[in-house]
Design a protein around this ligand. Structure first.
Ligand SMILES: [Fe+2]
Ligand SMILES: [Fe+2]
Length: 180
């Protein structure tokens, strides 16, 4: 499979928007953390990280074709394993008809919208993720006007898909995104 540097180069080629790039790196970080927690071997850890990094590869340039353009045209010309492509396909079931089933697919689905939401929460705080509380993230989730484009239902479904309470999932991601 491609190295991290190669995947990062590919991302830079297709995504110019800084905040979308940042989102991709956040999801990659969350995926890597969960892969390690699940005791995955090094190669699989790389696949989880890569699926996170590239899941929105075509969003900026081909919004109407997302994620089909990436999985059918862009990624196949590089050396990416099938399970990475399937995970990317399953992060947008409403567009692809592919529901998240395998572990990598379920975790990607679970990390995507919640990472985006928590990033929005972090921007409202003077110290970002530092000292963020699960309770305040949950409160923001109930405030439908806040980050209103992020579907709450997908966040709940994600936690369910990885067999965690929403509180645990948020707690884990606060740890992942807090400054080390
Ligand atoms: Fe997406
Ligand atoms: Fe995303």
């Amino acid at each position: 499979m491609n190295t991290r540097t190669e995947s990062e180069e590919l991302l830079k080629e297709y995504v110019e928007n800084e905040s979308l790039r940042h989102h991709c790196f956040m999801v990659a970080e969350a995926m890597e953390h969960y892969a390690l927690l699940q005791g995955k071997e090094a190669e699989e850890v790389e696949e989880w990280w890569t699926a996170g990094l590239l899941h929105d590869l075509d969003w900026e340039k081909f919004p109407d074709e997302h994620p089909h353009k990436a999985i059918n045209e862009i990624l196949p010309s590089y050396d990416y394993p099938e399970n990475v492509l399937l995970a990317i396909k399953a992060h947008a079931p409403e567009r692809t008809g592919k529901e998240p089933e395998s572990e990598i697919e379920r975790y990607l689905f679970a990390c995507d919208e919640l990472s985006g939401f928590m990033h929005a929460v972090s921007l409202m705080r003077p110290n970002g993720f530092e000292g963020m509380k699960v309770k305040s993230v949950k409160k923001k989730l109930k405030t439908l006007k806040f980050a209103e484009s992020i579907p709450r239902e997908d966040i709940r479904k994600g936690a369910e898909l990885i067999g965690k309470s929403l509180e645990d999932h948020i707690h884990t991601l606060i740890d992942v995104f807090s400054p080390k």
